[in-house]
Each structure stands twice: as C-alpha cells, then as structure tokens.
Design a protein around this ligand. Structure first.
Ligand code: IPM
Ligand code: MN
Length: 352
C-alpha cells in the first residue's frame, strides 16, 4: 500500500520523538511491503522563526494532500511568559485543527501491565483501565469571541456550541461505545452552563438511535474526582473542548508517564496523530525524551487512517516488549539503566 504522510515535527523534543516514530514506521513498511512517502513541513515556533507564521499555508497544503499527518509537539518557553506576544506557536495548532476540521480528539488511557507500579495511583484502582476520552476540538471557549473592555481592565472569553457541533462529536462517541463496552458518559456542567444544557439535551435526543448504549450524564468536577478514584468505571467519555483538555491531562498520569499516551484528531479532512505530551523544552536536543507516545500514535495512524491493524498490533507488541525488558528512557528507568531516545527507537525498529 502507498502511504502518503505529512510529517510535522514541530518544536522542543518534537523532532527527536518523531524521528523514532519514523524509524518504527519505516521498519513496518519494509516488513509489510508498504511504500511510505514522508513530506516534512513546518509548524510551531520553528515556523514562526522561518516564515513568521505558526501554521503556514504551505504546511496546510501539505497536510490536505496527505493521507495522514504525524505530529510531534509545539511550544517554546520564549512565548510562555510573554502575554503580549502577537503570534504564538499554539495558535498554529489551533489554526491547524480548525482548517483541517479536526473536531474530535480521541485520547485513550490504558495501563501497561509492566508499568502498573509506576503510576502514582494504587494498583488495585487502575488495573484494567481502558478508557477513551473524546474531546470536542474546534469549538467552545477556545474559539469563541474574546477580548478586553474597560481600558484593558476586564477580559472575557466566550463559550459557544451549536447543536450540530455536539451531534457530530456525540455520534462518534456512540459509535465508539458500540464497539466497546457500550457505556457512554457525557461530561458537562449542566447545573451551571447553558452550553452544557445544550450538550445534555442533544445527547439525550440521540439516545433513541443507540438503544444498546447506556448513557450517563456527569458533572465535570465529579468526573475529575472519580477519574483518579475509579478510572476503570468509565469506558467512553465525551466532552467539550476545555473540559476535555483538562481531563485528558489528568487521565494521562494513570498510565505512569505522560510520555506514553498517543492521540488522534479526526474530522473533516486529513486526520492527525500526535503524542499528548507537549514540547518539553528542557529536554530538547538531549536525546532523553520518551518516544513511545509518538510511536504509539503512529500505531493509531496505521490502524485508523490506513486500516492496517496487524501493523498497528505489531508496533504495540514491540512497545510492550521494550517496557517489559526495560529498554526505556529515564522517565521510566528508575534505578535501572536509562536508554537514549534514539536507542529506544533503534531497538523498536530492530525488533520489528
Ligand atoms: C493540547 C494542548 C493544546 C490545547 C495547547 C498547546 C493549545 O494543551 O493539545 O491539549 O490546549 O488544546
Ligand atoms: Mn492540553
């Protein structure tokens, strides 16, 4: 099969972790007789430096022409403490989500048998955890009107949702629940927010079309609590953009390292696969960052974008093997030898 993939390495550790995912993907392509064409493009702070724009038109065209986008991370500390910066790397990510129509962010959280004791949570609470948070990604407060009033002394951000936006996200949630344990949780703040009441009303209306799915409605504050108490009581959760941003970071610690969790963003145009961690600038260029979240994002890409399940399974299998055999970066090594980012990538490719 011919796979045409746009490669957006981005900033910080992005290029290093992406390099390992490329090694692994190329090893898969060789083994299964696929032909991958990688087209690299700029995004984030490196794109601002090069062309003054965090998601240049040229990058967008490359993404639109590709079958899938593999993305590293963006962000640079130079912008974080400068509230007055006119362009920010993160704007590139938001623009990319909007222009590619990536309205759903699929973030799985699962545990690795060999890493259960790395989690800050107790073994008995997290064993068997396998949840998917489906975060709405192109609406809500991230994209609503914002500004300053009162000579800059008052600020506002607005959260808006349309019924259609909720429906398309919820539809994916119902469909995903059908392929799993048929439990769907709609996370909102319907006791306070009007947008949440629209979410609840819309999802309730859709229940009749999916009689096999059991839907629960829970407030986001309660979910935040239960997620670390009894994560395995959940299966598929759907929620709006900002709640999803916060809950998915919270959920990522269940597995024991943020360096492990992959994600997919899907919607109208080309789907995008990326680790959920950020650009980790302190580690950039040091060859110490954990590449597994990016490698597992490539596995999601093989399975979801190309329907290549066996290839995806093999990637997951070698990742599990590397964890079991302690071929891991410093975040997971404990007192044992820590491998370099590139060594982990080489080991995975070799084992494929
Ligand atoms: C994420 C990130 C982004 C978000 C930032 C970098 C804009 O935190 O992908 O979760 O808030 O969506
Ligand atoms: Mn986030």
């Amino acid at each position: 099969m011919k796979l045409n993939i746009a490669l957006l390495a981005g900033d910080g550790i992005g290029p290093e972790v992406i390099e390992q995912a490329v090694k692994v993907s190329n090893a898969i392509a060789k083994k299964f007789n696929h032909e991958i064409t990688w087209t690299a493009a700029l995004t984030g702070a490196c794109a601002i430096d090069a062309v003054g724009e965090p998601y240049p038109d040229e990058t967008h065209e490359i993404c639109m022409a590709a079958d899938a986008v593999l993305f590293g991370a963006i962000g640079h500390p130079r912008y974080d403490n400068d509230p007055k910066a006119k362009v920010r790397p993160e704007q590139g990510l938001l623009k990319m989500r909007q222009k590619l129509g990536l309205y759903a962010n699929v973030r799985p959280t699962f545990t690795f048998p060999s890493l259960i004791d790395n989690s800050p949570l107790k073994r008995e609470r997290i064993e068997g955890t396998d949840i998917i948070i489906l975060r709405e990604l192109t609406g809500g407060i991230y994209f609503g009107a914002r500004g300053r009033l009162d000579d800059g002394n008052t600020a506002f951000d607005t959260c808006t949702y349309t019924r259609a936006e909720v429906q398309r996200l919820a539809k994916l949630g119902f469909e995903m629940a059908l392929t799993r344990s048929k439990k769907l949780c709609c996370v909102d703040k319907a006791n306070v927010l009007e947008t949440s009441r629209l979410w609840r009303e819309t999802v309730q209306d859709m229940e009749k079309d999916y009689p096999e799915v059991t839907v629960s409605y829970e407030f986001v504050d309660a979910v935040a609590m239960r997620l670390v108490q009894w994560p395995n009581s959940y299966d598929v959760l759907i929620t709006e953009n900002l709640f999803g941003d916060i809950l998915t970071d919270e959920a990522s610690v269940i597995s024991g390292s943020m360096g492990l969790m992959p994600s997919a963003s899907v919607g109208i145009h080309t789907s995008l696969y990326e680790p959920i961690h950020g650009s980790y600038p302190q580690a950039a260029g040091k060859d110490i960052a954990n590449p597994l979240a990016t490698v597992l994002s490539a596995a999601m890409m093989f399975e979801d974008a190309f329907g290549l399940k066996e290839e995806a399974e093999l990637i997951r299998e070698v990742v599990n093997k590397s964890l079991a055999e302690g071929v891991v970066t410093e975040d997971l090594a404990g007192k044992n030898k820590a491998y370099k980012t590139s060594e982990v990538g080489d080991w995975l490719a070799k084992n494929i």
